[in-house]
Design a protein around this ligand. Structure first.
Ligand SMILES: NC(=O)C1=CN([C@@H]2O[C@H](COP(=O)(O)OP(=O)(O)OC[C@H]3O[C@@H](n4cnc5c(N)ncnc54)[C@H](O)[C@@H]3O)[C@@H](O)[C@H]2O)C=CC1
Ligand SMILES: CC(=O)C(=O)O
Length: 313
């Protein structure tokens, strides 16, 4: 599959590198308004292919996205220290208004995978713009909480002394401050993590849960304070989503998509467990939430809905 990436900064270039390392895609085209940057990133990543897979990597224009099965959107501004994702909305919405028609002119059949923040609202904006070009909702996906879910699994795995690959736990709702860690059904080895914690002598106490919640929810703020931006986690997450789509895996992932109704909040893009394959999102699962989790997810949906409603499109 040919993959386009618009925005060759930290996130876009790391996604391309992670795709090359995983052998995802046969060709990757990097597009950026800074053509010199896109060209330099493409050359640098191409030079890693002998150590990975023989992917063709190059910089290009929008016209070079012709025939792409997937286009990742990672263009726009990122957060400065202390800034929230939602504070980026006005600037990035304007940028997407220009980018999406160009992408769809070259690749009308593509799946759009949005990474730019605030990713859920940007996904909803992209869905509205793409619909004007005949693109169905299921082909406009946001990376959503793929990254937060990875952070949650990594930290839970670390606490339990268990591989994060054996931990099945999800972050739902906004990729952002109102996100919901789904504790009541977090599992490892088919058992609730609370039971696993007791059995391996590493109890998942309320204090442990509070620490993991804080580390997941505030991860971006802390990393941005230390190094200015985040890129490895999301780069890995975008490459994994691309792999699921390219291989028609029908994997269950937490990603964002415009959703008809979430706990009574209509027409909002947010993350829920979704079945993903070559055609995009095939179906969405309804998570089994306790009362507090349901209330937190409804609040998250309301935050996102109100942010989207404030955008002029
Ligand atoms: N969804 C997620 O989990 C994550 C999302 N992000 C978001 O990804 C976005 C990109 O972040 P970084 O790569 O760190 O920023 P960056 O500044 O390194 O890269 C952004 C790139 O977009 C390009 N760009 C800007 N306007 C453009 C336009 N109109 N057309 C083409 N290219 C354009 C810039 O030239 C720049 O190279 C930000 O919104 C950031 O918040 C970052 C980390 C995780
Ligand atoms: C920047 C961002 O969205 C993250 O690292 O979660």
């Amino acid at each position: 599959m040919k993959i386009g990436i618009v925005g060759a900064g930290f996130v876009g270039s790391t996604a391309a590198y992670a795709m090359v390392m995983r052998g995802v895609g046969s060709e990757i085209v990097l597009v950026d308004r800074n053509g010199e940057l896109a060209d330099a990133q493409a050359r640098d990543i191409l030079h890693a292919t002998p150590f990975a897979y023989p992917t063709k990597v190059r910089a290009g224009s929008y016209a070079d996205l012709d025939g792409a099965g997937l286009v990742v959107l990672a263009a726009g501004v990122n957060q400065k220290p202390g800034e929230t994702r939602l504070e980026l909305l006005t600037r990035n919405a304007e940028i997407f208004g220009g980018i999406i028609p160009e992408v769809l002119k070259a690749a009308p059949q593509t799946i759009l995978l949005v990474a730019t923040n605030p990713v859920d609202v940007m996904t909803q904006i992209s869905t509205v713009i793409a619909a004007r070009h005949g693109v169905p909702t299921c082909r406009v996906i946001g990376s959503g909480t793929i990254l937060d879910t990875a952070r949650y699994r990594a930290l839970l795995g670390q606490h339990l002394g268990v591989s994060p690959k054996s931990v099945h736990a999800h972050v739902l709702g906004e990729h952002g401050d109102s996100e919901v860690l789904h504790w009541s059904n977090a599992e490892a080895g088919g058992l609730n993590v609370a039971v696993v914690g007791d059995q391996v002598g590493r109890p998942v106490t309320d204090a442990v849960k509070a620490r993991i919640d804080d580390e997941v929810r505030c991860a971006a703020y802390r990393i941005i304070k230390g190094k200015g931006a985040t890129w490895y986690g999301i780069g890995g997450g975008l490459a994994r989503l691309a792999q699921v789509i390219a291989n028609d895996e029908r994997a269950l992932v937490t990603c964002s998509m415009l959703t008809d109704s979430c706990l009574g909040v209509p027409q909002v893009a947010l993350s829920l467990p979704r079945l993903l394959g070559a055609a995009g999102v095939i179906s969405t699962l309804t998570p089994d939430l306790d009362e507090a989790e349901a209330s937190a997810l409804r609040h998250s949906a309301e935050v996102l809905k109100s942010a989207f409603d404030g955008v002029a499109l």
